[in-house]
Design a protein around this ligand. Sequence first.
Ligand code: ADP
Ligand code: MG
Length: 736
Amino acid sequence: MAVLADPLRLVVGDKAAKRLAASLDLHTVGDLLGHYPRRYDKRGELTDLVGLRDGEYVTVQAEVASAHTRKMQNRPGSIFEAVVTDGRGRLTLTFFGHGRQDFRARELAPGTRALFSGQVSTFRGKRQLTHPDYELLGTGPSAARAAEYAAELIPVYPATSQMPSWKIADSVELALHALDVPEDPLPRELRKRYGLVGYADALRGIHRPVDLADSGRAVKRLKWDEAFALQVLLALRRRAAADYTAVPRPPVEGGLLDEFDAALPFELTIGQVKASAEIADGLAADHPMNRLLQGEVGSGKTVVAVRAMLQVVDAAGQAVLLAPTEVLAQQHYRSISSLLGPLAMAGQLGGAEHATRLTLLTGSLGAAPRRKALLEAASGSAGIVVGTHALLEDRVQFADLGLVVVDEQHRFGVEQRDALRDKAGEGRPHVLVMTATPIPRTVAMTVFGDLDMSTLTELPAGRPPIATHVVPVAERPHYLSRTWERITEEVAAGRQAYVVCPRIGDDAEARGPASDDAVGYPSSEEEDGVPARPPLAVLDLAARLAENELAGLRLGILHGRLPPEEKDAVMLAFTDGDIDVLITTTVVEVGVDVPNATVMVIMDAERFGVSQLHQLRGRVGRGGHGGLCLLVTEAPEVSQARERLNAVASTNDGFVLSRIDLTQRREGDVLGTAQAGRKSSLKLLRLLDDEDLIGQAREEAVALVAADPALASEPGVAAAVQSLADHERASFLEKG
Ligand code: ADP
Ligand code: MG
């Protein structure tokens, strides 16, 4: 008998275990049983061949329509070609052989039905599988198999050329037989309340369903496993956090915060006031605040964070602001400097009376400024430290760290937050996390479920909405020249513009994008409407524009692979208005704030995700001049790509768009950048469709953790949660 943690070799033998590991990254019995079928085929029901896409690795059930063998022209050997059909579509199977391949002609005679598995390609306009694996249905070994399982449904697994679907099914069968069923990872009472089948039934039901209702019950139950383990883990984390003490940092009357408010050139929005109040309360408590501030692009999260930091400084503590990129850290440093003015000029000419000091600490600082920054942090003379990952290093010490603000949390893991937490001397620091874009409630509950939440939905008053238009180059080529004219006009009026491309276009690109350049839309290759050519590149386009359409304007180039000093110099020049048009990658996606910029042109816009586009366009129209966003695309009028772009053009509501984004992407991509571990632990759960289930799982988890925080009464739950925690940690470490 085997347990879930056992290596696969014990159950399926060395050879299959090696292949499962090499081709599908499956190592334990639990890994294999967690490799769920992608779909079920009814025995005898042919697979729709029309929807197959090039490059896809498929398993299809089809009937041989015709077959013939011919000799190879310049070499010995033969080519056996069979055309298979589902009654509508056709697919050519090609086999090259040394000899005459008579056995194939026998096996694959017209009328034969079989499962075929291979990679789809197109040759001379015909869809084909070259050298597919196949398994005949209705005769020979599969007849035996049919009898053995007595099942109508054939599970079709995500497969590879080394491991076709039916071989995976064989291994799964062995594992199911050998498995010593573990303690149920869901409490008995809970299963009863929600009518869920037991764990063993669920594993059998998803891999070997008797009918679709059977697999449906299994899926529902296994979704609960995913949601529940995660929510228990999060509830435990919240509880653990609440057990820690923190130094309370209540507001101090007549301090820097009051002075800041008095000097603020605008009124806070209602949302900003409310979020600020929630945060102020959290900071005043004697256990650590763990709060997420999420908000619409441009809703003014920075001001809220600055107010929180000042409250802590007033209460004799220090605050750090951690940004995901150099560009963003530099910019935060500059914008907070200008927001604070004399309040951050302690010891300098013109500094206010009880002013504090703002210090920048990034990886690219030279030795001397770095030493100075480290000293300011350690001595406590810096009330606010802004920086990147460099802040996580061991050598960075604080005199009295009271608050950690993490900007654009998407790119930070739980462990990184912990690394900073450890730097607080007494108790733990308060933590405020800010997201780049609005996220749906269930995503928040899943990804940031260990945090309390404040939300900014409205934009500051008087900000004209950004107008967004699709520029359909395919139908209206002249719109593109109009786009460049538009930029020229804005620049003539004293404004600035961004032009974003999906690619850098330098030699190093083949090695992958730089870390600052978010990768383009993940599913673009499989989507209809995306042109087949390589995406436009910053360097190519910049050269062309400088020669032609934008000749005479001051162009700047920004991307993730520029040296940090150069990135900073370019951003500074753009902020100061010394560059008219910034041609850039998505390195400007997050947080960049240049109020004088009014036009955002996004080239090959179909390559970007919905939330990414929303985030990008949020870079313009921040200064009360209005903003224009042009989504340039060659995608045809009727295509998924254009539908997506139209959606972005039709609303400025980031919450609406983030839902669309989520329906279009796979969950893993949404969670992926946030939490690599969580991504692979959610296989069945759909964050939008399973909203109710996730909410119920959360309530159940909270109740269980409150009643039995050690999970002593639920060994199955404890094991599942432990394995999830290990998994997250491992994925995090792998990610580096
Ligand atoms: P985001 O939430 O996207 O990070 P920012 O914090 O960068 O947005 O703020 C966007 C711009 O709006 C900044 O230039 C900021 O100074 C300005 N701003 C913030 N709050 C207000 C307000 N209440 N009224 C007017 N302008 C504001
Ligand atoms: Mg921001």
